[in-house]
Design a binder for this molecule. Sequence first.
Ligand SMILES: NC(=O)C1=CN([C@@H]2O[C@H](COP(=O)(O)OP(=O)(O)OC[C@H]3O[C@@H](n4cnc5c(N)ncnc54)[C@H](OP(=O)(O)O)[C@@H]3O)[C@@H](O)[C@H]2O)C=CC1
Ligand SMILES: O=C(O)[C@@H]1CCC=N1
Length: 273
Amino acid sequence: MQHRKICFIGAGNMAGAIIAGLVTSGYPADLISVCAPSGKNRDALAEKYGTRSSSENITCAKEADVVVLAVKPQLMADVCSELQKQVDFSGKLVLSIAAGVSVARFIALLGNGLNIVRVMPNTPSLVGKGMSGLYAPEHVGQQDRDFSSELMSAVGKVCWVDTEEGINHVIAAAGSAPAYFFLFMEAMQQEAQRQGLSADTARLLVQQAASGAAALVEANPETPLSTLRENVTSKGGTTFEALKVFNERELSAIVAEAMQAAITRAQEMEKLF
Ligand SMILES: NC(=O)C1=CN([C@@H]2O[C@H](COP(=O)(O)OP(=O)(O)OC[C@H]3O[C@@H](n4cnc5c(N)ncnc54)[C@H](OP(=O)(O)O)[C@@H]3O)[C@@H](O)[C@H]2O)C=CC1
Ligand SMILES: O=C(O)[C@@H]1CCC=N1
């Protein structure tokens, strides 16, 4: 892949996950600078991966070809206003990983013609198993689109969405989704422990069941998920009884409501931030 000078503004969970995946996949660490007010996270990244650590957003953004905005959505306006005063963004590529901050808002904050790509990653990027959805307005050129794809492909799989609204659908289905699976696994671990298994054994059982199920999905891309489910469900057996409970409690309605709640919140954030 192309190697450009990248500056991460923000060194938190998500930036850290992308940086870890990038460096592990061979991106030169000395081309990556990481900015944050405190040394806590950025110094840990510098120590672990050899990236550059700084508290100077403006200096690092000036030097970079690519600026990755990785702060919380509510801080984005302040961070961008500071940058806009001293950094010329023409010729730079800006990637935002923030939920709920629109392209129109970035253009208003950083200037017309901004080469902006919205990326919605997720934390499994940390282990190269990320999923990122990308969106760019029409004026963003093919080279910048390709670079963005390559960058995020270094930490997982990517898809492009045709409309900006699609980013909120990516949030619901992938950005926020690791937390849904963690919640489900937590509930299973708790119940397994309540039934008498040790915490370690309960965790191992749940972990292997989850990663094994995901591996089966990945290994059988043509097989409908319903078939994989049916393959586990013996007639008159245990799985059938367990699934009956989920169905009686309308798990799919709960999932749909939860995913819609994520989208609604992203839409609200677009108005707030
Ligand atoms: N977590 C996730 O699963 C996902 C998050 N996102 C998006 O990623 C973005 C970051 O989220 P997340 O990583 O979870 O957040 P964190 O709270 O983990 O990290 C935020 C980072 O921003 C830094 N920061 C705060 N103020 C500034 C500033 N003025 N200049 C530069 N850096 C600053 C913090 O610094 P310090 O290190 O000093 O505390 C911290 O490193 C959000 O916009 C979120 O919507 C997108 C997809 C998934
Ligand atoms: O919860 C959030 O707002 C961010 C965006 C997707 C995952 N975490």
